[in-house]
Design a protein around this ligand. Structure first.
Ligand code: ARG
Ligand code: MN
Ligand code: MN
Ligand code: MN
Length: 314
């Protein structure tokens, strides 16, 4: 058992600069050192290098379709290789459009995977429903079989065939859902937990129902797609689309601890850390260190510590 870290410095799934510096900010916050205290070898595969196409006209109001499509195709191959080599894979974004390639590449190796999407946003717009046009708000729509006939053929995306069923997806942390997204969630009967649901049920119950929904019939690999804007902006201010009233620190850690405890985590995305948008160096550092904390906890760092090992004596 081993961990692969894959950096994806990419920002064209939305219009703001800086989110391509997310992988560096997360590494600078000490990610690799923190993971080195866990029980398995960590392989840092460095950052992918993406090409930005010069001629990439918008499709409808969707900017950079070919650039985003090509980046995701590259990422898909890299994630597929890492999972195929037996690594639990951590993908550092970059904006959330990267989930298209990450989950698709994962599904190549693990066709029966399920997807837990932790986010303030549902990212399930189609180009027709999207208010912004930005592809980071549309990632899930590319994956779902049920949306196949609602998706136009975007240039750059002919390689993506829908591979996920709506029943294999659970959202946690939603609090900013567009009208078209709401209709899709209801039509498809997607299981989701808004912040209001978390207030009502408590995060412990939310995770219980999540695992019952996804895993009660059979155990299967989990893809965790974690948008840092799921966290409250007081904890993760350096991000492109912050929304008040987010997860507390302890709710965020509970989610990742429980996912670790299933023993089924296979790939985790950590996206939307944008160091250029922090109001201060502290704001950037707290966002990046929040990212490190949820990653470490998804990989088994506990709040109760652990026994003396060879590593802890050095
Ligand atoms: N729903 C909005 C949109 O479609 C915001 C999406 C934000 N997505 C994100 N990955 N931060 O543009
Ligand atoms: Mn050490
Ligand atoms: Mn979001
Ligand atoms: Mn997102």
């Amino acid at each position: 058992h081993s961990v692969a870290v894959l950096g994806a410095p990419f920002s064209k799934g939305q219009k703001r600069g800086g989110v391509e510096n997310g992988p560096k900010a997360i590494r600078d916050a000490g990610l690799i050192e923190r993971l080195s205290h866990l029980d398995y070898p960590v392989h840092d595969f460095g950052d992918l290098s993406f090409q930005y196409l010069e001629k990439d006209e918008p499709y409808m109001h969707v900017p950079f379709p070919r650039t985003v499509g090509r980046a995701n195709k590259l990422l898909s191959g890299a994630v597929s290789n890492a999972v195929g080599a037996g690594h639990t894979t951590i993908m550092l974004g970059g904006d959330h459009s990267l989930a298209i390639g990450s989950v698709e590449g994962h599904a190549k190796q693990c066709p029966d995977l399920c997807l837990i999407w932790v986010d303030a946003h549902a990212d399930i717009n189609t180009p027709f429903t999207s208010p912004s046009g930005n592809l980071h708000g549309q990632s899930v729509a590319f994956m779902l079989k049920e949306l196949q006939n609602k998706m136009p053929e975007l240039p750059g995306f002919s390689w993506v065939k829908p591979f996920l069923s709506a029943k294999d997806l659970v959202y946690i942390g939603l609090r900013d859902v567009d009208p078209g997204e709401y209709d899709i969630l209801k039509d498809l009967g997607v299981q989701y937990f808004t912040m209001r649901d978390i207030d009502r049920l408590g995060i412990q119950r939310v995770m219980e129902v999540t695992f019952h929904h996804l895993l009660s019939r059979k155990q299967r690999p989990i893809h965790l797609s974690f948008d840092i804007d799921a966290m409250d902006p007081s904890l993760a201010p350096a991000t492109g689309t912050p929304v008040n009233g987010g997860l507390t620190y302890r709710e965020g850690i509970w989610i990742t601890e429980e996912i670790h405890n299933t023993g089924l985590l296979s790939v985790m995305d950590l996206v939307e850390v944008n160091p250029d948008l922090g109001a201060s160096r502290e704001a950037v550092e707290s966002t990046a260190s929040m990212a490190v904390d949820v990653i470490a906890s998804a990989l088994g760092q506990t709040r109760e510590g652990g026994p003396i090992t060879q590593e802890s004596q050095t």
